[in-house]
Design a protein around this ligand. Sequence first.
Ligand code: ATP
Ligand code: FE2
Length: 333
Amino acid sequence: IRVLGIESTAHTIGVGIAQNREPHILANEKDKYEPEKGGIHPRDASRHHAEKIGSIISRALKKANLKIDDIDAVAVALGPGMGPCLRVGATAARAISSYFGKPLIPVNHAIAHIEIGNLLSGFSDPLVVYISGGNTSIIAYKQKRYRVFGETQDIALGNLIDTFAREAGLAPPYVVNGRHVVELCAERSKEKKLLDLPYIVKGQDVSYGGLLTSSLKMIGKEDLGDVCYSLVEISYSMITEVAERGLAHTRKKEVILTGGVSASKVLTEKLEKMSALHGAKFFSVPPAFAGDNGAMIAWTGLLEYVHGIIIDPSMAYISQRWRVEEVEVVWKE
Ligand code: ATP
Ligand code: FE2
């Protein structure tokens, strides 16, 4: 069985192909919309996705050496995400499904991040730390659902460091040679002085809004290296603390780090150490599969498809705030 998956929830338009035998992933093509300045404008991103999706589908099929006839079903991320972006993927998936008569599979984007992590790590029941430009959550499986054991109450960690970098004149580009510019700037801090910035953990949740405002106010007053160092240390420690309590509470023995920010060396080290302290195995999802991608949608779609989850194309509505807990994980023991 082979499933083609489409991802278009945010910056990335991606198409992947997965099958139910080795190698499980046959293609993972993508193109990321990167605005020259400022944050993401959903309209512009969706225009980008609409322009690229046709060629990316062709590229994925070519990469897998397949024709559309060789595909059994089409999966699409229907949420959560930005409306205009989600609509591009949904429209394409509905069209392929109707025109070629392929079953359509609805996929939750966050669950796809988890399932590709499970596939690549070989873990069966991890605590998942999902950190990107739009998401910051700690998720684990319990009684037929993936449940959230901590998340941000306002902005995501990736958004925090990106916005700071932009306002401080460090970006774009945000990432240079695989390192975030805020981390690179932190390394230039000579004294490694920890400034008095708000460390806000409430119960199992973190809040990064106040930290952003306060660190922006320090620009020009303190050494920029020290501000970056403090921002990185405080924001990463906050999420590590919440992950640690999530691990203690759920008693999982595996930890997966995923999402675009998982490419961070500093964050990886913190979570790796914390996991070791609790005797838990640790796996960081490789960047090609940690950032938004189509392969994770195809793979999750395949898991759902073999358990009979398909929808009529006319029912394939996008859902901007589709939470992980809403999905019954019928494919898992
Ligand atoms: P989502 O839709 O899941 O929120 P996204 O649109 O933010 O995802 P991703 O590619 O998953 O896209 O994540 C992008 C984020 O990852 C950005 O905030 C970016 O700065 C951050 N990032 C990328 N590489 C690194 C790195 N090496 N270190 C730290 N952060 C990184
Ligand atoms: Fe994502």
